[in-house]
Design a protein around this ligand. Structure first.
Ligand SMILES: [Fe+2]
Ligand SMILES: [Fe+2]
Length: 276
């Protein structure tokens, strides 16, 4: 069994500042890190945490320093993929000491082989614009790995969802040109789960025949407004993260259950026994 915690869209700013003037994203991420650490004895072992983009709000070096300082308390190894609020070169510079960060100036893509699955992180960011897209380099890289993996269980993680959510301002910023990705994933014979961020809301749907999960934000949500003229705005709804659990197929269970469950980002009262 492999377990991966997905954290998304922390939008960290410089110490002392508020994101969009109203959200203390640093306090929220600190609380989330504490929450993860406190529940690990009950849900562990967990192999890895992955932050699916928008680590920072403006992609500034001091924001990445702040992000890393907060995440240094997490009692898990973690990896990241860039979002539209990140700046690829600044993100790469901030994590240059991590062996999983590739060199050069191209997309930040990586692969991690765990006991019962493979986790792949893809860079869907496009410099200077809010929408996402994969470069041909990324698509070729993914195709090579899918061929190598054959039918191994796969968790594919990137920032921009290749689907529409009904929230018009966010759908205008989703993953462009997703047909090439769809073709690649339709041909994948193994269990594949797709995990994205960007929308700051928990959503499930499917893409290319595979389940797709969008994680909630770690601090604030995009307002649930499905009208055509919905303004792009945020709300301070309860935030969270997602725990993905994947088991390796076996002779006894060739198609094991795969579970993705939302966990609140901060501690809640309880537990209390059902029978008092
Ligand atoms: Fe975001
Ligand atoms: Fe985003």
């Amino acid at each position: 069994m492999s377990r991966i915690i997905q954290i998304s869209d922390p939008h960290i700013v410089a110490p002392g500042a508020l994101t969009c003037g109203v959200v203390d994203t640093a306090a929220a991420l600190r609380g989330l890190v504490q929450q993860v650490n406190s529940i690990l004895p009950a849900i562990g072992p967990v192999d890895l945490a992955v932050v699916t983009g928008d680590l920072t709000d403006h992609g500034r070096p001091e924001e990445y320093d702040h992000f890393r300082e907060i995440m240094s308390d997490l009692q898990l190894p973690y990896r990241v993929v860039p979002g539209n609020h990140d700046v690829r070169e600044k993100l790469r510079a901030a994590f240059q000491d991590r062996p999983w960060i590739n060199s050069g100036s191209g997309p930040v893509n990586w692969r991690l082989d765990l006991g019962s699955c493979v986790v792949i992180g893809l860079d869907s960011s496009v410099p200077g614009v809010p929408y996402g897209a994969f470069t041909q380099e990324t698509l070729d890289w993914l195709e090579d790995h899918l061929v190598q993996l054959q039918d191994c269980p796969l968790l594919l993680m990137f920032h921009h969802p290749p689907v529409k959510t009904g929230i018009v301002p966010m759908d205008a910023q989703n993953l462009r040109d997703s047909l090439a990705l769809k073709v690649l994933l339709r041909g994948y014979a193994g269990t594949c789960r797709i995990a994205c961020g960007h929308v700051h809301r928990m959503l499930t749907t499917s893409f290319a025949g595979h389940p797709l999960v969008i994680a909630p934000g770690s601090s604030h949500a995009v307002t649930l407004d499905l009208r055509a003229d919905s303004p792009n705005s945020l709300t301070l709804e309860p935030s969270g993260m997602v725990l993905h659990s994947l088991a390796m197929p076996s002779a006894e269970d060739p198609d094991p259950d795969y579970v993705s469950q939302m966990i609140p980002a901060s501690a809640c009262e309880g537990p209390y026994p059902f029978e008092g």
